[in-house]
Design a protein around this ligand. Structure first.
Ligand code: PBG
Length: 331
């Protein structure tokens, strides 16, 4: 089509900087790297066992021997850090999560083995009772309620036993009040000054955790988690939680989930100078995988775009089940 308009006399033409790949690379504001990623991994009892989690295609629960192989693989691919979650057999579960601080428990044995065989990878352990609770709740239950202060006492024992096993960082994901301070004091009293705390500070009561609860067989047996996890409608309250955790001694803070909470990540990044982590949770993973399996989206592009959006929002670190896939893409 011919046009009489030869020149709009535009002074500013943003398209100039998008013309070639090298120009686009020059002005790119956010860079996703493997250093930003933490790989959540699932361990279970047994030897030479691996089970794919049906709602998380490509993600497995491994027995310890196979987990060690997988960790060696991902460390070779350039992944720096992993977060460990255990599948605990039913007969070891009780109301107070006592198995959580068994010095010979699954998590403790796994951490010792990782630190012996692949010492270079940073090991982050989960502090919470739900995988160990007959009720699938993050705290001790009495008359249908969660007992905050009694739970915190158990969480301290759990964190100390993880530190004793060699965890680099403990990550309380339970949302009990005062647990970060109590864990810090407990670790210090036991001599573990160097073990850091990654606090799940702004953790929302989210429907995006469904596939994770399948993986650990840890779905709540009654009610939901709304009396301790945050209301998805709240933003200022996230600042309150982060402020408390910083005062109590958190080394890093987290927002969880990530994708539906990018505004919270942005807000917290402005609020604190601590590293901010975001958890790209199981339901976010499952949605991308499901759509990709249908051929409805370009999986690789969507993964990179999604993780980049979290960094752009302000996340310094991202826990993501896509970590290995991204590492393979970056090879
Ligand atoms: C529980 C915990 C959950 C996740 C991490 N730790 C689930 C929950 O709070 O019920 C979810 C992670 C995910 O969905 O990927 N302490």
């Amino acid at each position: 089509m011919t046009s009489n308009i030869k020149n709009l006399s535009l002074f500013h033409r943003p398209l100039r900087l998008r013309r070639t790949p090298s120009l686009r690379r020059m002005v790119r504001e956010t860079q996703l790297t493997l250093n930003d990623l933490i790989y959540p991994m699932f361990v279970m009892e047994g030897i030479n066992q691996q089970e794919e989690i049906p709602s998380m295609p490509g993600i497995y629960r491994y027995s310890l021997d196979l987990l060690l192989k997988e960790i060696a693989d991902v460390a070779n691919l350039g992944i720096n850090a992993m977060a460990l979650f255990p599948l605990i057999s039913k007969e070891k579960k009780d109301n107070a999560g006592t198995e959580s601080y068994n010095s010979d428990g699954l998590v403790q044995r796994t951490v010792r083995a990782i630190k012996q065989e692949i010492p270079e990878i940073t090991v982050i352990t989960d502090v919470a009772l739900d995988p160990f609770s007959i009720y699938g709740h993050d705290g001790i239950v009495e008359d249908g309620k969660i007992l905050n202060d009694e739970t915190v006492e158990v969480l301290v024992k759990q964190a100390v036993s993880q530190a004793e096993a060699g965890a680099d960082i403990v990550a309380p994901s339970d949302m009990m009040d005062g647990r970060v301070g109590a864990i810090r004091r407990g670790l210090d009293a036991a001599g573990y000054f160097d073990v850091g705390i990654l606090a799940y500070s702004a953790k929302y009561a989210s429907a995006y955790y469904g596939p994770f609860r399948d993986a650990l067989e840890s779905a709540p047996q009654f009610g939901d988690k709304q009396t301790y996890q945050m209301d998805p409608a709240n933003s200022r309250e996230a600042i309150k939680e982060v402020a408390l955790d910083i005062t109590e001694g958190a080394d890093m803070v987290m927002v969880k989930p990530a994708l539906a909470y990018l505004d919270i990540i942005g807000r917290i990044k402005k609020y604190t100078n601590l590293p901010v982590a975001a958890y790209n949770v199981s339901g976010e993973y499952a949605m991308v995988k499901a759509a990709a399996q249908q051929g409805w989206i370009d999986e690789k592009q969507v993964i990179l775009e999604t993780l980049t959006s979290m960094k752009r929002a302000g996340a310094d670190l991202i826990l993501t089940y896509f970590a290995k896939q991204v590492a393979l893409m970056f090879q």
